[in-house]
Ligand binder design. Sequence first.
Ligand code: NAP
Ligand code: GDP
Length: 322
Amino acid sequence: MPNTVLVTGGSGLVGKAIEHIINTEAEGSRFGKLPGEKWIFARSADGDLRDVEQTKKMYEKYKPTHVIHLAALVGGLFKNMKYKLTFLRDNLAINSNVLEISHQNKVEKVISCLSTCVFPDKVEYPLDENKIHIGEPHDSNFGYAYAKRMVDVQDRAYKEEFGDNFTSAIPTNVFGPHDNFQLEDAHVIPALIHKCYLAKQNKTPFVVAGSGKPLRQFIYSYDLAKLFIWMLRSYDDVTPLILSVGEDEEVSIKQVADAIVKAVGFKGEYTFDTTRADGQFRKPASNGKLMGLVGDFKFTPFEDALDNTVAWFVANYENARK
Ligand code: NAP
Ligand code: GDP
């Protein structure tokens, strides 16, 4: 029987990128479909995964053999700071339902999605796959972080008690087409693209939150999509795998804002609102384990990926999530 791959959260930033790659790479190629393989990209209207009965119905309908589990309550620093309990409760419920119903339906493999936010705040850098549980996460997003950490705990428990092949990926900050570009609730790149676009249209100042000094690693959603497809084919260890550019590729928020100003073509006043939070100063993650396993893989240069994302936002302004 050919595989049926269910992508939960299939309408989001990462889900849309996987859909794009799987539909554009040649069948049978490294990141393409296998012959006869079916891919389903589910959105919340197909079933609210916080609800176990709706989760069961989704599995009865699609009968997945493999699951890439992306669905989550997601947001940038400011949304995480505001809704800690909701991030904790919704994500615990979604993840518990997806893993348990995958188990009950004898799904052959589940790859869930964590984030480098799950790592401890006080820890020796770079982050690696063995450091997830050795200290408290940063206070700004502990609801999201603890919910996501429990995925790794559940994966290990399902494996030890039942032998299930459940694992997880840990991407850094992701950006690309189809992102959530909300001004207040989005991650930094889509929020700043939207703010800069409006500043250009309205001839108003472009205001970046915080000091501009924090450092982040960013991954383009199309690169991440290829790595998820590679993991589906080739990675069968329960230990999570960091999906990231190199630890020497940290970029400051000021560098991000400068690149956005250039890509948008904004010429007006540009300031930093230092009354707003910086969040975690940095969280550099090692991609050493990934690079040792994946073989030849080239990440898209940051500025090229940013240009593509800005161009997508401008071309799709009316329908973009904002
Ligand atoms: P996104 O664009 O906000 O998309 C979220 C997806 O989850 C959407 O398809 C949404 O469906 C679905 N969803 C949300 N609540 C749901 C529910 N109760 N039931 C069913 N589906 C639900 O998120 P993303 O950025 O693609 O994130 C994908 C994964 O990557 C998440 O697990 C996230 O934690 C992780 N991640 C993201 C980043 C980042 O920078 N964006 C970084 C690290 C890790 P609807 O659109 O229909 O509501
Ligand atoms: P994080 O990487 O999980 O912390 O999440 P974000 O993608 O939200 O990035 C947060 C960093 O970007 C912090 O240092 C913020 O101060 C900075 N930042 C600057 N402007 C913005 C903005 O408009 N939205 C967001 N979310 N962060 C911003």
